[in-house]
Design a protein around this ligand. Structure first.
Ligand SMILES: C[S@@+](CC[C@H](N)C(=O)[O-])C[C@H]1O[C@@H](n2cnc3c(N)ncnc32)[C@H](O)[C@@H]1O
Length: 425
C-alpha cells in the first residue's frame, strides 16, 4: 500500500499543478516498471478517489493542521490517506502506519510525527470535523465554487443531483455490436462468463463490476465495445442509412464512428486534428472489422481536406469542457477554469460554421458535447440558428433528450451529454 499511497500522492500533486490525470499516471507507471498490476490498480483508485473528493478532503485537512504545510508531497500524502480513512475499505491502522512510513522516506525529521498526529486526530474527531463542513458547499460537493454557482443558476431544480452524479463511481457500460448480436444474447454470454450485468436498451449493457476488456466474450473479435450509454445515443440520433456519405468530424478515438458503421453501410470519412488519436480510431475500426477513410484535418477549415462532395450526415462531437463526464475524468473539476467555457464555445462556434457548408441540402448535422454548461449547448445552438437561415432544429428521438431540450443530465446510468440535430433546408 505504501508504494500506491506514494504514487497516488505524486499524481494528485501533479494534477493540482495543472496536468492531466491519465497522462500523469501513465508517466509514473513508466517510471516504476517493477510495481505489480495490483499496486498499479490501487494507485489509480487512490488518485481517482482523492481527486473526486479533493475539496472535502482539503477542508478536513485544514482543520487538522495548526500551520500551513510547506512540503507538497506530505500535503498530498495526507489527502490520499484521509481519502482512504474516510471512503476506502482499507483498515485504519494499516493506512496510518503505511503513510507514516511513506512520510519517513522524505527524510524530513518532522514529517513522520505530523502525519501520524493528523491522521490519528482525524480518526478521533471525525464527526465533529465533518459537522463543521455542513454549510460549506465546496467541501460538501467537492467542486469549485464557480462550477456550483453556474449549475445552480442554469439548473435550479437539478444542480445538487447533477453534482452528486458527477461524484459517483462510473459504471462500465458496453455497446453490443449489432452486426453480431444484441443485448439479450450478449447478456447470456456475460452470465456464462460469470459477469453480472443488466441491459439498458437493445444494444447497451451495464456491468455490475468493471473488468479488464480481455474478460469480455468476443471483445477482440469486435462483438462489444466499451462506451457510456449517453454516448450511444449519438449514432441512433444521427440515423445514417445505407449508402449515405457520412462525416464524423471530431472522431477520435472513434467510439461513435464505430457505432455509426455498425448500424449502416455508409461511406464514412472520420476526421480529427490529432494524428496520434487517429491511430486509436484505426485500431478500434480494425477490431470491429469496419472501414472508414481517416483524415487528419481541422474541422473549422475544411478547404484544406474536403473533396467538395456534400455529406448526407455530419456528426460534430466537438471539443468541450467535458463537464458532463467528471465521474470518469475527476481531474476536470480541478483543471478547468471558468473562462475556459467561453474559449470552448468560440472553438465550437467556428467548427460548426466550418462544417455547415459541407452538408447536403436536406442533410442532417448532429451537434454533440459532453458538457452540461448552456454556453456550449443550448446557447451555442440558439446563436447558430439565428445566424444560419437555412438551418432548422429537428426533434430528437430519445425521451430523455426530448424532455430536456437535448440535454442529457448525468445520472446513475449515463454521463451528461448535449445533442442538437440540425437540418439544412
Ligand atoms: C469529444 S472528442 C471526440 C470523441 C469521439 N467522437 C468518440 O466518440 O470517440 C473531440 C475530438 O475533437 C478533436 N478536435 C479538437 N479540435 C478539433 C478541430 N478543430 N478539428 C478536428 N478535430 C478536432 C480532438 O482531438 C478530439 O479527438
Amino acid at each position: 500500500m505504501q508504494v500506491s499511497q506514494q504514487l497516488a500522492a505524486q499524481a494528485v500533486g501533479q494534477v493540482l499543478d495543472g496536468r492531466n490525470l491519465s497522462v500523469v499516471l501513465e508517466t509514473l507507471f513508466q517510471q516504476h516498471p517493477h510495481i505489480t498490476p495490483q499496486q498499479r490498480a490501487v494507485s489509480q483508485d487512490l488518485a481517482y478517489g482523492t481527486l473526486r473528493f479533493y475539496s472535502r478532503l482539503e477542508a478536513l485537512l485544514q482543520q487538522l493542521l495548526q500551520k500551513p504545510l510547506t512540503e507538497a508531497f506530505i500535503h498530498h500524502l495526507l489527502l490520499v490517506s484521509l481519502y482512504q480513512l474516510a471512503y476506502d475499505k482499507a483498515g485504519a491502522h494499516t493506512v496510518v502506519n503505511q503513510a507514516v512510513l511513506a512520510a519517513a522516506k522524505t527524510k524530513k525529521s518532522w514529517a513522520k510525527g505530523l502525519v501520524n498526529a493528523v491522521l490519528r486526530n482525524f480518526l478521533r474527531q471525525r464527526d465533529a470535523l465533518e459537522q463543521k463542513l455542513a454549510n460549506n458547499q465546496v467541501a460538501q460537493y467537492s467542486y469549485p465554487q464557480w462550477w456550483i454557482n453556474k449549475l445552480k443558476q442554469q439548473y435550479p431544480d437539478h444542480w445538487a443531483s447533477m453534482l452528486e452524479a458527477g461524484n459517483q463511481h462510473p459504471p462500465m457500460t458496453l455497446r453490443v455490436n449489432r452486426r453480431h448480436s444484441d443485448a439479450d444474447h450478449y447478456l447470456q454470454q456475460l452470465q456464462a462468463a460469470d459477469l453480472p450485468a443488466q441491459a439498458l436498451d437493445a444494444q447497451a449493457i451495464m456491468l455490475e463490476h468493471a473488468v479488464p476488456v480481455s474478460r469480455l466474450p468476443g471483445f477482440e473479435q469486435g462483438h462489444a465495445s466499451v462506451q457510456d450509454w449517453g454516448a450511444q445515443f449519438a449514432a441512433l440520433e444521427l440515423d445514417a442509412k445505407d449508402g449515405m456519405r457520412v462525416l464524423d468530424a471530431c472522431c477520435a478515438p472513434g467510439g461513435k464512428t464505430g457505432h455509426v458503421l455498425e448500424l449502416a453501410d455508409v461511406h464514412m470519412t472520420a476526421m480529427d486534428n490529432d494524428a496520434k488519436r487517429l491511430q486509436r480510431v484505426q485500431q478500434n475500426l480494425d477490431r470491429l472489422g469496419l472501414q472508414a477513410n481517416l483524415v487528419q484535418g481541422d474541422a473549422s477549415t475544411p478547404d484544406a481536406w474536403w473533396d467538395g462532395q456534400p455529406y448526407d450526415r455530419i456528426l460534430a462531437d466537438v471539443p468541450c469542457t467535458a463537464s458532463g463526464i467528471v465521474r470518469r475524468h475527476v481531474d476536470i473539476k480541478w483543471l478547468r477554469r471558468e473562462q475556459d467555457i467561453a474559449a470552448f464555445a468560440e472553438q465550437q462556434r467556428v467548427i460548426l460554421q466550418g462544417l455547415w457548408r459541407l452538408l447536403a441540402k436536406g442533410g442532417k448535422l448532429l451537434y454533440v458535447t459532453c458538457s452540461v454548461f448552456h454556453e456550449e449547448n443550448q446557447q451555442q445552438i440558439a446563436q447558430f440558428l439565428r445566424s444560419q437561415p437555412d438551418a432548422r432544429l429537428l426533434p430528437l428521438k430519445h425521451d430523455a433528450l426530448q424532455s430536456n431540450q437535448g440535454q442529457l443530465l448525468p445520472g446513475t446510468h449515463h454521463d451528461g451529454f448535449f445533442y442538437a440535430l440540425l437540418q439544412k433546408v
